[in-house]
Design a protein around this ligand. Structure first.
Ligand SMILES: [Zn+2]
Length: 322
């Protein structure tokens, strides 16, 4: 059972509950939308579900209690068979994962889904996972629509996105929606501390380097460096700097993203991916970093709740200086 992915999901009780009931009643929907914030376990749950659907092991001997194992979604995957391991290592031939390229899911990728489904197979199921489905453009959405209308038995399609609204309503209306919530603070920190590679694999740890590559080209990186330089030197100019350069909502969101990465680097690796900040951050220990992260999460929440962005950031500085 060690590699059963359901065991690795932190929190998300209502999503798991929904799936488990649907499974028990043999009414697992073939088209699902997992929606909710980034890095809370949507992709991991999609793979866990795929693992349960694809496990070859019919008599799961690992389970010691005698309840009918087939009925329990969470213990359905044995975690040890070839199929379970393939799913865990993201190399199962029965799963197609679609990811945006430079923030677009192109029509070619929707066509890839069609040809995947057209392949002959003797697998017990096939699963298509569309990661960051908010990046489906109109053309690819339309192609996908056709697939959703015609999806046949034992084929499953799972879209992952931050919200229902981020998809065209023609698409979202055909999906059964499963909500994922923000992780509780202690869950979030236990992921940071654990830093297991297989969890990282599912983007759980916020180490998505692809996005970081985009950050390197973003001018907000310079602004964030300037912020941390002023802030850590306790320079009062930090307040005039933020009101001039960091007062817009989207700028602060990017600043939060970058700062989270830097603090996580410091906690996990003790070296930053922005070398010019290493010296300045050297005075912070991991407890300092965790409390700064905590304040950043609060700031993120305030921004999401549409509290005045500049006020929220000023408040962050005041709290962080304590
Ligand atoms: Zn298995």
């Amino acid at each position: 059972m060690q590699s059963n992915l359901f065991n690795k999901i932190l929190g998300q009780d209502s999503a798991k509950d929904f799936l488990s009931k649907a499974w028990k009643n043999q009414r697992l929907p073939s088209a699902l939308l997992f929606y909710g914030p980034d890095s809370v376990g949507k992709k991991l749950t999609a793979y866990a579900l795929a693992q349960a659907l694809l496990c070859d092991n019919t008599d799961n001997t690992d389970n010691t209690d005698n309840t009918d194992n087939k009925d329990n979604l969470f213990s359905k995957a044995c975690g040890n068979c070839e199929s379970c391991i393939d799913v865990k290592e993201q190399k199962s031939p029965h799963i197609l994962t679609i990811q945006p390229v430079k923030n677009i899911i192109k029509v070619e990728q929707s066509l890839e889904i069609l040809s995947f489904l057209n392949l002959k197979t003797n697998a017990s199921a096939r699963v298509i996972i569309i990661d960051q489905a908010q990046f489906l453009n109109t053309q690819s959405s339309n192609k996908l629509l056709k697939t959703l209308e015609e999806i046949s038995k034992n084929n499953y399609i799972i879209l992952l996105s931050p919200s229902i609204k981020s998809l065209l309503s023609t698409i979202s209306s055909r999906l059964i929606k499963v909500a994922f919530s923000s992780l509780k603070k202690d869950e979030f920190f236990s992921i940071i501390k654990e830093s297991k590679t297989d969890i990282d694999f599912f983007n759980y740890s916020l180490q998505d380097y692809k996005k970081w590559k985009e950050v390197l080209e973003d001018q907000l990186l310079d602004k964030s460096i300037k912020f941390w330089t002023l802030f850590l030197k306790k320079d009062k100019k930090v307040y005039s700097f933020i009101s001039k350069d960091l007062s817009k909502k989207e700028n602060i969101e990017m600043f939060i993203y970058i700062s989270k990465k830097l603090l996580l680097d410091k906690i996990k690796l003790n070296t930053l991916r922005v070398p010019q900040l290493n010296e300045l951050f050297s005075h912070l220990n991991s407890i300092n970093c965790i409390s700064l992260l905590d304040l950043l999460l609060n700031l993120e929440k305030d921004i999401k709740n549409n509290i005045n962005p500049l006020l929220s950031l000023e408040n962050f500085c005041i709290q962080a200086n304590k």
